[in-house]
Design a protein around this ligand. Structure first.
Ligand code: PHE
Length: 344
């Protein structure tokens, strides 16, 4: 019986030694020390032993059991330490590894130009307003002094959805919408960036969808010289302090008088080059004094209030500023193009 116990003990110790996980170790413990284990089995046979042998074997069984239990415990500690060791090794951070470069995004060049212009006008006390791209014929044309069948409607080939609803051809409808909101009380001082749509065939300088920024100021005693001062500041801030502006008479149904603004060429300084087509001047935007009919239709008394408005195309400004030769680049979303406009 003693031999059998010794054999079992050695077997158990060997299995403990070979255990590589807590689960295996637990299994060994249960197998040898549990109620259904071989040692319990041996104890059952104790009845056959003589009275002298019984306490000796009894004690021996206890010793074997204790030894197995001790070994299990030791192995348990060992396995735990190993696990910690392994975890430490796995989680080691090598701070000497070189950093991985992070690719950083940037604003679309159009967004960058629009935000630059917004910031400039915000600093002059303007508010930024946005309006619907799907617009009514009334706001897009009629409220801007362009009654039905007005020949100037042909200047802007429109995408009509129904007879009364179209994709706005300009941001100018926001003039009427904003004035209506003010219920005939000034001052009004806003800029409105947004998308506009025209039935044009896409080429290097035309796009069926592009953006505009509208500006509108209405108050008592707003004069043409206020418009001129505002546009001069705008030109200098956007294209350099040396820029000069020139206003040429033009026509828009919603402004009277109407002008087109040119800036002195920022590339040649006015001597004539390929950017300004040898004229020394670059056309930038349309503007004028708000037509009294427009004021009146949107609820402002033209005897008390006057105003100016301007409208520009951010694509054109971005193309000039960055030397972009094709308007389609803005809408093709080729990252090789877009990532050239990394902001600081
Ligand atoms: N809406 C005009 C256009 O699209 C531009 C403009 C705006 C002109 C405001 C005068 C005043 O051509």
């Amino acid at each position: 019986m003693k031999e059998r116990l010794l054999e079992l003990k050695q077997e158990a110790l060997e299995k403990i030694k070979q255990s590589t996980s807590m689960k295996e170790l637990q299994d060994v413990r249960v197998a040898y020390l549990g109620k259904k284990g071989p040692i319990t089995e041996v104890l059952r046979g104790m009845g056959e032993l003589s009275a002298e042998e019984r306490p000796i074997i009894g004690q021996y069984v206890n010793e074997v059991r204790n030894e197995i239990a001790d070994n299990v415990e030791k192995k348990q500690t060992e396995l735990k330490e190993l696990a910690i060791q392994k975890q430490l090794e796995e989680e080691t951070i090598d701070v000497t590894l070189p950093g991985r470069p992070v690719r950083i995004g940037n604003h679309h060049p159009l967004t960058a130009v629009i935000e630059e212009i917004e910031d400039l006008f915000i600093r002059m006390g303007y508010q930024v307003a946005e309006g619907p791209e799907v617009e009514t014929d009334y706001y897009n044309f009629e409220a801007l002094n362009l009654p039905k069948n007005h020949p100037a409607r042909d200047m802007q080939d429109s995408f009509y959805i129904t007879e009364e609803i179209l994709l706005r051809t300009q941001t100018s409808p926001m003039q009427a919408r904003t004035m209506e909101k003010h219920h005939g009380v000034g001052p009004v001082k806003i800029i409105c960036p947004g998308k506009v749509y025209r039935r044009d065939n896409d080429d290097a300088t035309h796009s069926h969808q592009f953006t505009q920024i509208e500006g509108l100021v209405v108050d008592e005693n707003i004069r043409m010289s206020d418009l001129k001062g505002t546009l001069t500041l705008f030109a200098k801030k956007l294209f350099g302090e040396e820029r000069e502006i020139r206003l040429r008479p033009s026509f828009f149904p919603f402004t009277e008088p109407s002008v087109e603004m040119d800036i002195s060429c920022f590339k040649c300084g006015g001597n004539g080059c390929n950017v300004c087509k040898r004229t020394g001047w670059i056309e930038i935007l349309g503007a004028g004094m708000v037509h009294p009919n427009v004021l009146e239709m949107s609820g402002f008394n033209p005897k008390k209030y006057t105003g100016f408005a301007f409208g520009m195309g951010p694509e054109r400004i971005a193309m000039l500023k960055y030397g972009i030769e094709d308007i389609r680049h803005f809408y093709q979303n080729d990252v090789r193009f877009l990532k050239q406009f990394q902001q600081a």
